[in-house]
Design a binder for this molecule. Sequence first.
Ligand code: ADP
Ligand code: MG
Length: 377
Amino acid sequence: PTPPGPRPIRRLQESVINRIAAGEIIHRPASALKELIENSLDAGATSIKVTVKDGGMKLLQIQDNGSGIRKDDLPILAERFTTSKLSTFSDLKRLTTYGFRGEALASISYVSNLSVITKTKTDTCAWKACYADGALTPAKPGMTADAKPCAGNDGTTIVVENLFYNTPTRLSALRGSSEEYSRVLEVVTKYAVHNPHVSFMCRKVGTPSPEVSTPSSSTTVQVIRLIYGQTLAKELLTVSVSSSDKGKARASSPMQVGDDDEDDENVEAWNAEAHFTNANHQAKKMIFLLFINHRLVESSRIKKAIEAVYNGVLAKGTSPFVYLSLQIDPRSVDVNVHPTKKEVHFLNEDAIIEQIADVVQQALIGQSHSRTFEYQT
Ligand code: ADP
Ligand code: MG
């Protein structure tokens, strides 16, 4: 049989391209929520309230008391690559905010019905704007595309409805609403632990009490106790580690020549804080919270190294709770990686991981004499 002749190559429609790209950034309700929580934290919020319907697929709403968005910025808010956080390429290496590329809201607007209600302190009322395909749209058919005045508190409420309604392949890749909801809850609880000064709340529409509710200005251990329970919290150990003094000494020597003071700091400087359970705590499944430069990330190498430490301490088949917050120089971690790359890599990864694992091990062994350990024969 003769092969079929070549088919013509056509340019995809812009809106189709954007929808596909959006699906690569926003995988599921929980990944949209992560971006939105980070935006609220970037805006200086001390209260973040999440409301969810149908696992976040019908409704994902996040209300914060942050800076709000200027009314004049609303027309371009959901355009791709519009951001208040980055203006030059060199800004990338010293980023301290979560967002930097202005892609989250744009992506969400391509695959859902997005609306935003926002009020700055100086606004006399709140403004509501609806978005589709990266652009401001009329709230109702027949209306002009513009922000509308409405009642509202200082801060921003982002309402995401019918996520993936126009991307059936994404929609079918989702699990049921209870599975999606548990992923949403996981994102909220992890950010709550990492931001004990911020009050977090997460509830399903129509349920009387929230599943997660933390007060503002708590301590990390208080939040862990609130969320994971007293049984776990009473077995917590805490350590902080930082790069060796040798590293610090080098930092003050004029190693790099730059026109900028910040560039003289040691790129290799790092510090970490960890809260983790001792050998008395034996859960079935490991709970691992990892934040690098305040971003919730994954690192299978760090996880493996810590699991290996616990292998020598815990009985077979049992697992710890570990919360690790690592801060490294922004220049030593590639922030420019694609946002879907949750798995991060950084400079001197092996050495840093080894030192953290060592300190965790010392702390675990230091307390393990108080417990009789049963060896399997
Ligand atoms: P990025 O966070 O990378 O800048 P986003 O698409 O997430 O991109 O957000 C675009 C811009 O919208 C942000 O730079 C910020 O100025 C504004 N913004 C988004 N969410 C909020 C919020 N909750 N409060 C205040 N401003 C916000
Ligand atoms: Mg963002």
